[in-house]
Design a binder for this molecule. Sequence first.
Ligand code: G3P
Ligand code: CA
Length: 248
Amino acid sequence: MRSLPFALPSVIAHRGASAVAPENTLAAFRRAADEGAAWIECDVKLTADGRPVVIHDDTLERTTDGGGPVAGAPLDTIGALDAGGWFDAAFRGEPVPTLEETLDLLAELGLGANIEIKPCKGRERETAEVVAALVAAQARDVPVLFSSFSHESLAAARDTAPAVPRGLLVWELPGDWQKLAETLDVVAIHADHATLKPDQVAAVHAAGYRVLAYTVNDEATARALVETGVNAIITDAPGRIRAALGGE
Ligand code: G3P
Ligand code: CA
């Protein structure tokens, strides 16, 4: 197995504990820690003025009280939005965090991060360069595994911060996965759990890569995936899935 500078946990909180708190907010990351998660997953893209913020969609409508493209608004505007009220009034006023604020909180909580580089179209390389440079320069020592569906972003992250490990995000394992994994120099394949077959997990392992499965919110499914050898489960409900897997 390709070496990692940290121990990868078997459960990762998808966008934080997003079953019980607004996704990709500091509140969701705190809840993940409360539920015993050792790592969170989060999505990062750039604002109009090139600042990395933690948000999933290319547009602001679904998870904030703003609107329009993330890439079309500066940090001042996005930072003033409410990213919690859509989920529950109890979270009203929760902001869209910057990547730096997120890393600060993770350091405080002692959590690691699977940072998904999720660029807006046309900003694949730029997003990865900004995110990778920021993570490589962090003095906080938060363990980080990058991932991305964008091959261009993974290549840019590799070139900018070669020491920060990367995972190749796919919906299902493509025929050329091994060539991609070698070229992009990744340590893991992150696949949609519904597409993963036991023989694929075995083949990925035999080639020396880990397998991470997303997004698994059903206990029996999580147990079955771990039985096939899947190394980590990415879930919206880290407490429940940890309990189903016997505490870790
Ligand atoms: O990292 C796994 C998963 O987060 C990828 O899909 O759409 O939830 O970002 P999505
Ligand atoms: Ca993601």
